[in-house]
Structures are given as structure tokens and as C-alpha cells.
Design a protein around this ligand. Structure first.
Ligand SMILES: NC(=O)C1=CN([C@@H]2O[C@H](COP(=O)(O)OP(=O)(O)OC[C@H]3O[C@@H](n4cnc5c(N)ncnc54)[C@H](OP(=O)(O)O)[C@@H]3O)[C@@H](O)[C@H]2O)C=CC1
Ligand SMILES: [Fe+3]
Length: 549
């Protein structure tokens, strides 16, 4: 049967969106979907793209065709593809992976060449071998690095010998040395350029190194990938359980002017346990080569959130403790501005601003997980994508947590530096004082343990159960203790609100997020709700996705 007919007869298909591009495999047939068809599709989320879609068809297509959407489509992973619409037509068959002659070893391992045996080359070899690839390493001097390459699982050869072994070559050498390579041996190959630029001369409007490489070897197909990783993260990332690795997936932008080569490399990225991000044409390598220079990229969101919270808390405290009474006094006859109320701004205001930020951030770490649980319960599936804002929030939890710890640490230091800060100098007995101090100390210690567990070297040494116990159970307990730390400290202020300054007190502001998060969590603990959520997370769907044909 003609393959186009097979597609047209299909009733439904599983769609894998661009955030998880198609792991193409040997035997896959690549077809091009008519662009007109896409634009005519009723507006389901993400079907706004008018670009042609590339679909991969698994090698066992007669019994179980594997439909997947690649390129720049915006289809949500796991979304059911609607019944196949005959208006869609395939304009052409682009070819098969075999057209690129990617050789496979006797034991069915895909063979790639890594050019260069430096830090990054070795990290790539380790990771590729771990993913069951056969890796041939091209070196100027095989004897010098044979031992290290063999230990990593690669086979070392001279550049001339190695370049005959596969049509897929990863160039892991500093870019300035590319011109010294035997360029004729790179002709017609897929060249993966991993190189990074010199931060001093980087300019996003200039031609990228990948484009320069393409110009140097016009008959080759250049793909930019892997440059956003470090040798350290690449070699260390293979540790830990499957779940731990899944959680820590790093996005790897991939760009090339050749759709097929791009999809092929996306598949390799996925094989290595990383998250491919299809970035389209090779021109986009100009931006991709700039990504490693972005300062604290993953921290931006969490940092902005914590700064905003800190300043809000600081100004509320400033108004409450320093400005409010002074402003009231000024209205009275002979009223003066009492500057002595500012004596303690540097310490007390700093301490309470940091504690307010810490507890709000702790609640903010756990709130998105609760919202995500409600979204999954409402939709009855775990396969539909969360809204973008929620995804971003979920991804920022680690950074939010570490900034929480930073603020809590400053608060504790400020309080300890003042003998009366935690009432250590008080002789009068009040059961709430020792209780609130105990809650604070325990919450801070547990927050420290959570922070430690979020370090990759510690996290990957734990099993999935250990990690989820710490981050979930211990995290919630920390939030509860932190909430008690406030409640026991300012009980009177919470029970009998003091609105003398026309705004609630700082403790009333601060308690809102933890209480809201804890209250929203409670229904999720009910056995019937918990069971329903567990089933959804195990893959159960209330409205099952139409099966693949
Ligand atoms: N290190 C990292 O964390 C990252 C590196 N990259 C990129 O990966 C590439 C390799 O980086 P890295 O491994 O750190 O670099 P290294 O300096 O550690 O290694 C470079 C390797 O290139 C090979 N090479 C081939 N031709 C030459 C030549 N003419 N002069 C010098 N070396 C040559 C050498 O291997 P041999 O002697 O076997 O021929 C050498 O070991 C670079 O483009 C870099 O930008 C990208 C992301 C992160
Ligand atoms: Fe405190």
C-alpha cells in the first residue's frame, strides 16, 4: 500500500509536539504535510502554525504506524490527533533516515563520529555510549588520548580513518581550529556543531559559527546543538534513577536548514536523556550561540518574584513601624517627627522583610504543585499541557526554594545577632515564645535539608522515593512549621487585627500565602481525591485519547 494512502486512512494518531520532538529512528519515513491543510484545521490549541508539518512513520508501519509532529508545530504533547481529515494531503515524501546512510553496527547500535577528545568530546562520548551508541573518536593523535577515550567506551582512530566510519559527525573542537581539519573528508555529512563563541566578541546579529561552518563545507548539512550544555553537566547527568533524570531534563536547542537532519539530531538529544527544542533554521544559531552567555537565565523569574515580595514586605514594615505613627503625630499640634524610630531599620526591618519573603516563597514553591493537581483532576488526564504561566512557575520551584533559604538565613542571622531578637533575654515565661522559637528553628533546619537535596550531586544520589519524600512530605511539614512560627509569634495581632494604620499588619499579610496553600492542599489529602489523582498520574484518562491506528 502506498504510504500516503495509509495516512489518509488513519482514524487517529498520537501527536508529539515540538517540546518533545520526534525521536526518529532508522526505518522512519518522513512525509511532508500540505501546509494548506494545517491552516484549515479548526482552532484547537496550538494549530495556528501554517508551516508544513513533518511526520515520522515508524518502521513497523504496517501494524503500528507512529505518527509524530515535528518542526515548529505547537501541538501539545500527548494531545489526541483528531480523526484524520482527508483534506490533508502529503505533498511529498522527504526521504528516510537511511537516505543519510547512518551506519549501524552488527549489534544494531547507531554509529557516530566525535571529532575531538577534549573535555566536551569526552563528556559526549560517555553520554552517547551510555545511550547505546557506537562512538568512533577522531583524534589528531590517537595514542595520546587512547586510554581516556577507551575508558569512556569510545573507539579512537586518526581523523582520516574515523571520518569514514559514519556520516554523522559531532565537531567537538574549538571553532578556530575547524579550518585546520581535513574539510574534504567532511563533505556531504551531517555535522553537529557544538561550539561556543568567545563572550568578548559575541554579537547576535553576526553570522553564527554554525553558518560559517556551513559556508566552509557547503555540501554538508550543519546542525547546531548541545552548545548550551557544559561538559560537567553532560557527564554527570546520567546518574540517578530514571525519574530523577527525567525531572532534571535540560532543554537543548537544535537548529538546521535541513528538516530531516534536525529531526534526526532531536532524536539523538532525546536518546541522551535531554529535551530537544526545535529552533528551526540555522540562522537561529546566532541566538542559540548566545544562550550560554545569558546570566542566571533560570533564576530570572524566581529572582524577580522574590525581589518584588521583599520590597512589598519592606515598605509595609517601614510604613507600620516608622512612618505611620510619625505621620499621625505630625497632624497633631506640636507633633514632631521621631527619627529614633528609624534606629533599628537596618536590622529589624531587614530581618522581618527577609522572614516575610522566606515564608511567602516557601508557600509559592508548593502552590503551583497544588494548582497543577487541581488542573489534572479537572481535566481528568495528565497528558494535556499546563498553561504556560503554570509551567514556568513549576520550573522555577527550585530557584524559589533556594532564594527562600537565602532569605531565611539572613533572618536567622539578624535574630541571633540580637540577644533579645528571639526573646532569648526574656525571663518571663510564655508558652508561645519557646514554641514559636522551636518551630522557627525546626523550619529553618528542614529548609536547609530541602536546599541540600536540591543540589544535583545530592539529589542524584537518592532514589526517587527518597527524593520525593524529602521534597514533598518534608517540604509540606516545613511550610506548616513556618506558618506556626508566625502564628505563635503574633497570635494576638492575628486574632485581633490592628488597623490603626489603615492596613493589615505585616504578619497578617505574610500568613495569607502559607494558609492559602495549606488550605488548598487539604482536600487533596482526602482518600477519594488522592486516589483519583494517583490514578491520573499513573496514566488513567477520564476521556481516553483515541488510540493510534
Ligand atoms: N567544555 C565545555 O564545557 C563546553 C565546550 N563546548 C564546545 O565544545 C568544543 C570543544 O571544547 P572542549 O572539549 O572544552 O575543548 P578542549 O580544548 O578541551 O578540546 C579540544 C579538542 O579538540 C581537538 N582538536 C582538533 N584539532 C585541534 C587543533 N587544531 N588544535 C587544538 N585542538 C584540536 C583536540 O583533540 P585531539 O587532540 O584528540 O585531536 C582537543 O582535545 C568547543 O567548540 C567548545 O566551545 C560547548 C559547550 C560546553
Ligand atoms: Fe523568625
Amino acid at each position: 500500500m502506498d504510504k500516503t494512502e495509509l495516512f489518509n486512512d488513519a482514524e487517529g494518531m498520537d501527536v508529539v509536539g515540538p517540546t518533545t520532538p520526534v525521536p526518529l529512528d532508522l526505518g522512519d519515513v518522513i512525509l511532508k504535510l500540505h501546509p494548506g491543510g494545517v491552516s484549515e484545521r479548526p482552532s484547537t490549541s496550538g494549530w495556528s502554525e501554517t508551516e508544513p508539518y513533518i511526520l515520522g512513520l515508524g518502521s513497523d508501519q504496517e501494524t503500528n504506524p507512529r505518527f509524530s509532529v515535528g518542526t515548529s508545530g505547537m501541538v501539545t504533547p500527548g494531545t489526541a490527533f483528531p480523526p484524520f481529515d482527508p483534506r490533508f494531503s502529503f505533498t511529498s515524501t522527504l526521504g528516510t533516515i537511511e537516505d543519510y546512510n547512518l551506519p549501524i553496527d552488527k549489534d544494531r547500535k547507531k554509529r557516530v563520529v566525535v571529532l575531538g577528545s577534549g573535555d566536551f568530546g569526552l563528556a559526549l562520548i560517555t553520554r552517547l555510549v551510555h545511550a547505546n551508541y557506537s562512538v568512533v573518536v577522531a583524534s589528531r593523535n590517537p595514542n595520546r588520548t587512547r586510554e581516556r577515550v577507551t575508558a569512556a567506551g569510545g573507539i579512537i582512530m586518526t581523523q582520516a580513518e574515523a571520518l569514514q566510519q559514519s556520516n554523522l559527525v559531532i565537531l567537538a573542537i574549538p571553532f578556530p581550529h575547524v579550518s585546520s581539519l581535513p574539510l574534504s573528508a567532511l563533505r556531504s555529512k551531517i555535522l553537529i556543531d557544538v561550539s561556543n563563541r568567545d563572550p568578548k566578541t559575541y554579537n547576535s546579529t553576526e553570522r553564527s559559527q554554525a553558518e560559517h561552518l556551513q559556508a566552509l563545507v557547503p555540501s554538508a548539512t550543519v546542525v547546531k546543538a548541545f552548545n548550551v550544555l557544559s561538559a560537567y553537566s553532560l557527564s554527570k547527568g546520567i546518574r540517578g534513577s530514571k525519574e530523577v533524570r527525567k525531572r532534571r531534563r535540560t532543554e537543548v536547542p537544535v537548529c538546521s536548514d535541513d528538516n530531516l537532519a534536525r529531526l534526526l539530531v532531536c532524536g539523538i538529544v532525546k536518546d541522551l536523556g535531554l529535551e530537544p527544542l526545535d529552533r528551526g533554521s540555522l540562522r537561529n544559531a546566532r541566538e542559540v550561540e548566545g544562550i550560554p552567555f545569558i546570566f542566571f537565565r533560570e533564576w530570572k523569574f524566581a529572582f524577580i518574584v522574590s525581589i518584588i515580595i521583599w520590597f512589598i514586605a519592606f515598605f509595609i514594615i517601614l510604613f507600620e513601624w516608622q512612618l505611620c505613627n510619625n505621620l499621625r503625630n505630625l497632624h497633631k499640634p506640636n507633633g514632631t517627627f521621631d527619627w529614633s524610630s528609624f534606629d533599628n531599620v537596618a536590622k529589624s526591618n531587614l530581618s522581618i522583610s527577609c522572614s516575610s519573603t522566606a515564608i511567602t516563597l516557601l508557600a509559592i514553591c508548593y502552590l503551583p504543585g497544588v494548582i497543577a493537581a487541581y488542573v489534572q483532576l479537572a481535566r481528568g488526564t495528565k497528558y494535556s499541557e499546563f498553561p504556560r504561566w503554570l509551567n514556568r512557575w513549576l520550573k522555577a520551584r527550585k530557584q524559589l526554594g533556594l532564594l527562600m533559604l537565602f532569605n531565611a538565613f539572613i533572618h536567622v542571622l539578624c535574630q541571633l545577632s540580637d540577644s533579645g531578637g528571639y526573646g532569648l533575654g526574656h525571663s518571663s515565661y510564655n508558652w508561645r515564645r519557646p514554641t514559636f522559637i522551636a518551630c522557627g528553628i525546626l523550619a529553618f533546619t528542614m529548609a536547609g535539608v530541602l536546599g541540600l537535596a536540591s543540589l544535583p550531586s545530592v539529589g542524584t544520589s537518592m532514589t526517587w522515593r527518597e527524593f520525593s519524600f524529602l521534597q514533598s512530605r518534608l517540604g509540606w511539614f516545613t511550610l506548616l512549621l513556618a506558618a506556626f512560627h508566625i502564628i505563635f509569634n503574633v497570635w494576638d495581632g492575628l486574632v485581633t487585627p490592628n488597623f490603626t494604620c489603615y492596613i493589615p499588619s505585616i504578619s497578617q499579610f505574610v500568613i495569607v500565602m502559607p494558609v492559602l496553600t495549606l488550605v488548598l492542599k487539604l482536600p487533596l489529602l482526602l482518600p477519594c481525591v488522592d486516589n483519583a489523582l494517583t490514578r491520573i498520574r499513573q496514566g488513567f484518562e477520564r476521556i481516553p485519547t483515541p488510540p493510534s491506528v
